[in-house]
Ligand binder design. Structure first.
Ligand SMILES: NC(=O)c1ccc[n+]([C@@H]2O[C@H](COP(=O)([O-])OP(=O)(O)OC[C@H]3O[C@@H](n4cnc5c(N)ncnc54)[C@H](OP(=O)(O)O)[C@@H]3O)[C@@H](O)[C@H]2O)c1
Length: 338
């Protein structure tokens, strides 16, 4: 067995988009599990925009904020390769907080939020993103908060990304009219193929003019993955009783200062609601959500888009690429072979 644990650590606090110098690589000996502990071998790690914030010292739920030099937080899928824990056997596959490392000794605490992976037939890579927080994020935001009705107009930003491409398909399944927003013609073609009725390429064209042309009666749901100017434009196009779902605001994460939304008072005249949420507050919906997602994948109603980079050395590149829109679908990194 290889005795080295490979790790990616915070090299510096990112200023703007993450850069290569913000990451430090390190090798340490693999620790032995003690009583009540397991040794995990990482198979896949998910890549999420929020990791940049972890590198800035923002805490992950259940984990301490990172200092420079610490292993970067990240969820992934791993195999139990040695167990001295009564709840886990060698060979079990789990997903949870692993950090950017190839091995982890863990007591499997509630804070690390480990779940046994039950859907082996669907694939480990899907388990690290779609059947983990990405799927649950799309599901809870769209259904629990958005409360979609057939025939409503749903606008989704970040529509070719991990969360967004799932919301586009959920809206289509609900019988909604779906307008996806993504950067560039290739991504817009992908969003069309997923069943969007119209797409807006925010990098090539006037989003405001396109939006008002496509939504003459206003939008009923805006599922916001990006914040900033696109959120502001959607607030100019509200139907009565519209719901704005604040999932994420990647356009604001790496920009200096706050964006400063000025037209939120448009909510009043439209009798509209702006609803924020955090996926970890909906963990009780995890099993229901996954059962539905697996059924949809198997029946072909949902096409999961996975964007897999091969090799642990690709971790920094994978995160930097998300901030440059390099991913199509759910980005993850294959760390080792099951
Ligand atoms: N509320 C929660 O609990 C929760 C949980 C998970 C994720 N989130 C949020 O959900 C959003 C999507 O996450 P994800 O993991 O699925 O990431 P993702 O959508 O797969 O990747 C991010 C995408 O954002 C787009 N983007 C990057 N910079 C942008 C900018 N300046 N303006 C507009 N778009 C930009 C890029 O697509 P283009 O090429 O189209 O620009 C990129 O591919 C993020 O904001 C994330 O923070 C929230």
């Amino acid at each position: 067995m290889n005795h080295v644990n490979r790790q990616w650590c915070v090299g510096a606090r990112p200023v703007g988009k993450p850069e290569p110098s913000d990451f430090t690589y390190r090798e340490v000996p693999i620790a032995e599990p003690g009583d009540g502990e397991v040794l995990l071998q990482t198979l896949y790690l998910g890549i999420a925009p929020v990791m940049r914030m972890y590198m800035q010292g923002l805490g992950a739920v259940g984990e301490a904020p990172l200092s420079v030099g610490d292993v970067i937080h990240g969820r992934g899928v791993a195999k139990v390769i040695n167990s001295r824990h009564p709840g886990y056997m060698e060979g079990d596959i789990v997903q949870g907080q692993l950090g950017w490392q190839t091995h982890k000794v863990s007591r499997m605490t509630p804070g690390e939020r480990f779940f046994k992976v039950r859907h082996h037939d669907v694939s480990y890579a899907l388990s690290v993103r779609m059947l983990s927080m990405t799927g649950l994020t799309a599901w809870t935001g769209f259904y629990e908060l958005g409360k979609p009705k057939s025939g409503e107009t749903v606008v989704v930003s970040g529509a070719a990304g991990g969360v967004g491409h799932l919301v586009v398909q959920m809206a289509r399944i609900c019988g909604c009219r779906v307008i996806g927003i993504a950067g560039g013609p290739e991504k817009c073609a992908v969003v069309s193929d997923l069943g969007a009725d119209a797409v807006i390429d925010y990098k090539n064209g006037n989003v405001s003019a396109r939006m008002s042309g496509l939504c003459p009666d206003g939008l009923d749901i805006y599922y916001d993955n990006v914040g900033g100017e696109i959120l502001e434009t959607c607030l100019e196009n509200l139907a009565c009783n519209a719901r704005i779902i604040l999932c994420g605001s990647i356009s604001e994460y790496a920009r200096p200062g706050k964006f400063g939304l000025k037209n939120y008072t448009n909510l009043r005249a439209a009798n509209a609601a702006m609803l924020g949420y955090f996926v970890y507050n909906y963990l009780d919906r995890f099993d229901d959500c996954n059962a539905q997602l697996v059924e949809w994948i198997k029946s072909g109603q949902v096409k999961p888009l996975l964007d897999v980079l091969d090799g642990f050395d690709k971790m920094p590149e994978a995160l930097m690429g998300v901030y440059d829109g390099k991913n199509v679908g759910m980005r993850c990194v294959k760390v080792s072979h099951p």
